[in-house]
Design a protein around this ligand. Structure first.
Ligand code: ADP
Ligand code: ASP
Ligand code: MG
Length: 408
């Protein structure tokens, strides 16, 4: 007998029929003698609908009120899934994040989980209940409802699995595992039977939406056995996130390609090249709580250089405003911004021991006439910033060039 945390995403609970299907799947595990905690997202499209509704009333909704509102999506789902389980004759009970007492910090719309009270969960499980918990939400120390950022139900699932020392956290979604890249963009993408935790962390942080980055961080910190599976297919092992590179692991050099269109690039032209300048530019950005991702500073000409960096698109306007002030202060030659960029990243632990991966990537993009605007590398990834309109082409040609569709 095992304890499973099973998380079902928006599409998996997107209609009454699908909810019944989820209940049947859970019931099969219970029939085998397992204990199950179910974590659910809002029905597909619901979170977006709620956010748009809020924006119709207020273009810049108050974050606390936004959380009160968007958390209702998951509340509907837990009740429906619980009803469907009861309909099958199971004992089941639903909990919102606040009812469980999933305590978070007070960073509305992107809160972090601090603690999970196990009391209710454990006593219900011990009495034979299936416990159904709302993903994506918690409560801060003052009793305010908080949410965990888009895709946050994954994190709820993994955090509960960690708190209860579950045997496995299963993320059921609309694909049957983690692929070499988003299968919606590259139909030839291949499912990976395993992926290392390190690689999954990179893919998630670089834009692969299949798991929220924080869920992967949690899994790493608490060593949660984490698996991604299809909620539509009855059979299949999905993808297991592994902590060690064991003998059975696929030995690919590159494991996958991620992309995101969430960033914007800002360039300060003709910046005086002297000590302290990076701080003068990025200090005010940091003070405004804006995260900077990539940074490029050119070689100087006549003591002047161009300084570029990327920020999240949501922070683009604010960052541009701040930079206009900096521009005047340091007497540079103006600020230009571009919010139509994409970041494409090639990820793989095998890069550590293989040279030439970067040059293959650059050659591949050059052959398609795609201009590279920025580059950043780490031991296990190369990220390249390009014009947004080439995103899909770049992902496709890189996928092909690294032969990711071929089994290893
Ligand atoms: P859920 O609603 O179940 O949480 P998401 O939409 O958040 O589902 O995540 C699943 C989606 O992630 C897939 O439909 C797929 O388009 C996308 N995706 C992006 N990168 C990958 C990848 N490398 N492997 C699998 N899916 C990916
Ligand atoms: N419903 C939330 C979202 O759409 C959380 C989730 O699905 O994980 O982002
Ligand atoms: Mg998701």
């Amino acid at each position: 007998m095992a304890l499973f945390v099973q998380k079902f995403g928006g599409t998996s609970v997107g209609s009454p029929e699908r909810i019944r299907h989820v209940a049947k799947r859970v019931a099969r595990f219970v029939a085998q003698g397992h204990k199950v905690v179910v974590v659910v997202s809002a029905m597909s499209g619901e979170t977006n609908r709620l956010i748009s509704l809020a924006k119709e009333v207020s273009p810049n909704p108050d974050p606390r009120e936004l959380d009160v509102m968007v958390s209702t999506g998951e509340q509907v789902s837990i009740a429906l899934v619980t009803m469907a389980l009861m309909q099958l004759g199971l004992k089941a009970r639903s909990y919102t994040g606040a009812q469980v007492r999933i305590t978070t910090d007070s960073a509305f719309t992107r809160a972090r989980i601090l603690d999970i009270d196990q009391t209710n969960l454990r006593s219900d499980l011990d009495s034979g209940y299936v416990v159904v918990v709302a993903g994506f939400q918690g409560v801060d120390e003052h009793g305010n409802i908080t949410t965990l950022g888009r895709g946050g139900s994954d994190t709820t699932g993994v955090a509960i699995a960690a708190a209860l020392s579950a045997d496995e956290c299963q993320i059921y979604t609309d694909v049957d595992g983690v692929y070499t890249t988003d299968p919606r963009i590259v139909p030839e993408a291949r499912r990976l039977s395993t992926i290392t935790f390190e690689e999954m962390l990179e893919l998630a942080s670089l834009g692969s939406k299949v798991l929220q980055i924080r869920s992967v961080e949690f899994a790493g910190k608490y060593r949660v056995r984490l698996r991604v599976l299809s909620s539509f297919e009855e059979v299949g092992e999905g993808t297991l996130i592994t902590f060690e590179e064991d003998a059975n692991m696929e030995k690919a050099i590159i494991s996958g390609i991620a992309f995101n269109r969430d960033e914007a690039k800002i360039t300060l032209l003709g910046v005086p090249d002297r000590p302290g300048i990076a701080y003068q530019i990025l200090g005010p950005i940091g003070d405004a709580n804006i995260d900077v991702d990539m940074i490029v500073q050119n070689v100087s000409h006549d003591g002047l250089t161009d300084f570029s960096f990327t920020v999240h698109r949501n922070d683009f306007r604010k960052a541009m405003e701040i930079l206009k002030g900096v521009d005047a202060h340091i007497k540079s030659r103006g600020v230009i911004g571009d919010d139509k960029i994409a970041k494409v990243s090639v990820v793989g632990v095998g890069m550590r021991s293989h040279a030439g991966i970067a040059s293959t990537a650059f050659r591949t993009l050059a052959e398609e006439g795609i201009n590279i605007q920025m580059i950043s590398t780490s031991e296990i990834k190369i990220s390249i910033v390009i014009d947004e309109k080439y995103t899909e082409l770049a992902v496709r040609v890189l996928h092909k060039s690294f032969e990711l569709e071929q089994p290893v």
